[in-house]
Every structure is written in C-alpha cells, then in structure tokens.
Design a protein around this ligand. Structure first.
Ligand code: COA
Length: 250
C-alpha cells in the first residue's frame, strides 16, 4: 500500500485518526492509490470505536496540489476515470464521524474542495485556495458546484470555481470555506487539539448534532455523481489533453 499518504493514530490524541499527505516532492498531488487508502481509512473509522474524529493534514507549506496530473493525462489518453476518487468523495461526504483539517500553504483542486466536507478547517495565513478546473478544461468536483454557492453566494463561487481565482486564507474564511486562521507553526497542534477535544465529547450527542447541522446529504452525493459524469467526459476532450500536456511540458 502506498506511503504517499499515511494513516496515523497518535497516542497523545486518543480517538483521533490522522490522514496525512506525505508526497511533498510532488506537492502532495493525489494518486488513485492515495484516494483508495483515504477512502478505506474513512470507512474503517465509521465502525471502529477507537476512532472518533478524522483529521487531514499536509506537509510544511503544502496541503495538496490536487489530483495527480499524470493520472489526468492517463485518463485523457484513453483510460477510464478512476473509481477511487469517486469512492473517496462518497466516503468523505457520507462520513459518519467528524472530520477536521489543517492547511498550510498550497490547497489546489481537491486540496481546496476536500474542506467543504470537513466540519472544522484551520489554515495558515500563507495558505492559498485555488480550483483551476476550467483552466484545465475540466468542471468543478466534490459537489463544490452545490456547496460553494450555498456557503459563499454566486459571485464568490464563480470566482473560485469558474474563474479559477486564488483565495487567500482570509478570503476563504470570510467566504465560509474554512473556520479560522492560525500561525503556520501551530496548525498541526491546533488541529490535533480540536480533534482531540471533539473525540472526548459524548459521541452519540455529537453524532446527532453533526447530522442535524449537516442535514440530508443525498443532494451532495447526487451532485458528486453529476459532476463526475461531466468531469469524465471533459477529461477526454482535446482541450483538456492540451492543458495536461502543457503542464507536463512546462
Ligand atoms: N500532479 C502531479 N505532479 C504535480 C502536481 C500535480 N497536481 N503538482 C505539482 N506536481 C509536481 C511537479 O510536476 C513537480 O514535479 P518534478 O519536480 O518531478 O518536476 C513537483 O510537483 C513540484 O512542482 P513545481 O511545479 O515544480 O512547484 P512550484 O512551486 O513551481 O508550483 C504548483 C507548484 C502547485 C503551483 C504547480 O505545480 C501546479 O500548478 N500544479 C498543478 C496544480 C493543479 O492544477 N492541480 C489539479 C487541480 S484540478
């Protein structure tokens, strides 16, 4: 199994499972194997009483540069879109227990949209959130086309998801995409502390409260599938292939 993402259960923080991107040489770009490992961790958490909260973390200065471009290229060249990413998104969107995240630096593509499915996200001031879907001749994913307009209104959703404008941590917070901003040096500590604090709460009350706050998730799951159909078709387009080739050549 890949070590490009690590699944940890830190002893100092009982009840917390950490999903840690561990591919800094490739800016934590996410491969099919990484999606599969992450989906499995979220599914295991649902039935394992030892896990009460899952926390996503990246590396110094980089959360994730999004989906691996080589995988995009492989789909564009005739492969089929990996089921792993859909399985991961469905597991995350339907996660039975709280999910938190910490961002320091780059958060691109799914590195941004992942947080729409987290309950609390803390980011460093130097973080940048960006979804260059349309620039890559692709379309929004992870139900972002449903969730970002809900959170931030049409204009900010359009700026992020269609215009591909970068959002600073402050802009992301003001748009409701993240909870708060902290010093880069304490992001991990703060995220683990908030996760540990959630892990100590009465689990059934927390579960019900979370489900009430999140509401019915069938529309989110439906949008993930709808976007994925468009995404798969766009991946095969000449314009997407040209964009991936340009990235590979740069
Ligand atoms: N997929 C695969 N590899 C990626 C990657 C991705 N999404 N993002 C970065 N990498 C790799 C680079 O190819 C490079 O590998 P190399 O050293 O073997 O050539 C390495 O990570 C470092 O990236 P580099 O581009 O040199 O760093 P940078 O600091 O100049 O730029 C980014 C960083 C993230 C701005 C730039 O790499 C980028 O735009 N990546 C693509 C992001 C993207 O569009 N993701 C998909 C969203 S849907």
């Amino acid at each position: 199994m890949t070590d490009d993402v690590l699944i940890e259960r830190p002893q100092a923080h009982p009840g917390v499972q950490v999903i840690r991107f561990n591919r800094p040489a490739k800016k934590n770009a996410i491969t099919r194997a990484m999606y599969a490992k992450m989906a499995n961790a979220i599914n295991v958490a649902a039935t394992d009483d030892a896990v009460r909260v899952t926390a996503f973390l990246g590396t110094d200065g980089c959360f994730s540069a999004g989906n691996d471009m080589a995988d995009f290229m492989a789909f564009a060249m005739g492969g089929t879109m990996g089921q792993e990413v859909i399985d991961f998104l469905r597991a995350l969107a339907g996660a039975a227990k709280p999910v938190v995240s910490g961002v320091d630096g780059l958060a691109i593509g799914i590195g941004t949209t992942i947080h729409l499915h987290c309950d609390l996200t803390i980011a460093s001031a130097r973080s940048v959130f960006k979804t260059p879907f349309v620039d890559l001749a692709l379309v929004p994913e992870a139900a972002s086309s449903l969730l970002v307009p809900r959170l931030a209104g049409h204009q900010r959703a359009f700026a992020l998801l269609a215009a591909g404008e970068p959002f600073t941590a402050e802009e992301a917070r003001d748009a409701g995409l993240i909870w708060k901003i902290a010093d880069a040096a304490v992001i991990e500590q703060d995220v683990l502390a908030v996760a540990a604090s959630l892990a100590k709460k009465p689990p059934e009350a927390l579960r019900i409260a979370r489900n009430l706050i999140r509401g019915d998730r069938s529309d989110v799951l439906g949008r993930i599938d709808e976007e994925a159909n468009h995404f798969a078709a766009r991946l095969k387009s000449a314009e997407a292939r040209a964009a991936f080739e340009a990235f590979m050549r740069r």
